[in-house]
Design a protein around this ligand. Structure first.
Ligand code: CA
Length: 213
């Protein structure tokens, strides 16, 4: 009898554990990440903060930027319900680092031009380039700043910042956040501490935002 009770309890524990581990709606959660020093779009006081850990070399990030991000701006950021922050997760080597340095430079010298430059960088990524196609160069980062952004970006400052790696410390701080929060993939989207399982599942994103509003 005792044996039977133990087995029953063990089975119940396994079933409950399985439910929590495999329940499809479960999300990883983490404490709120401080985005005070990160580029942020939208109302500072918004109830919801959406964070993208992204890499300008990442093809999925380009697609996410051109689809889901545009939808989020229309549905939640422009009306002040959510704000949006970008953190570099430069997973694809020297080119990822260089693009991250460029975006940090623009953020620090021309914050008003940041989001236009951010989107223009993703847009400049060649279609279907894959992670390994080489396209991020100092010349290309300057060309995007000069030609693809309406706001004025000082090209001399940007050139100097890229050659001198002026904002390498800021990129390192982002990489520390990536490691601290065990970010493995780009884009990773975190909404008020909830890690979105599938960044392209707009329904999951909407449900998570709505539960925080
Ligand atoms: Ca940053």
């Amino acid at each position: 009898m005792k044996y039977l009770v133990s087995v029953t309890i063990a089975v119940a524990v396994l079933v409950i554990a399985g439910f929590y581990f495999f329940y499809p709606g479960s999300q990883d959660t983490m404490e709120q990440i401080d985005v005070a020093t990160q580029p942020t779009l939208g109302e500072e006081e918004a109830e919801v903060t959406i964070i993208e850990f992204g890499d300008y070399k990442c093809p999925a990030c380009k697609v996410w930027d051109e689809t889901v991000f545009q939808q989020l701006k229309d549905d939640y950021i422009e009306n002040g319900q959510a704000n949006f922050a970008f953190i570099n997760a430069p997973f694809h080597g020297a080119e990822s680092m260089l693009a991250a340095l460029a975006s940090e430079s623009v953020w620090h010298n021309h914050p008003e031009a940041f989001w236009e430059y951010h989107e223009a960088l993703y847009h400049a990524q060649p279609e279907a380039a894959g992670h390994d196609a080489q396209w991020v160069t100092v010349d290309e980062l300057l060309r995007v700043a000069a030609e693809d952004v309406d706001q004025e970006i000082d090209l001399e400052v940007l050139t100097n910042d890229l050659l001198e790696q002026t904002y390498s410390e800021q990129v390192e701080e982002d990489i520390e956040l990536v490691q601290e929060h065990d970010i493995q993939l780009t884009p990773t989207i975190v909404i008020n501490g909830h890690v979105i399982e599938d960044p392209f599942d707009y329904e999951e994103i909407v449900e998570t935002i709505q539960s925080e509003l």
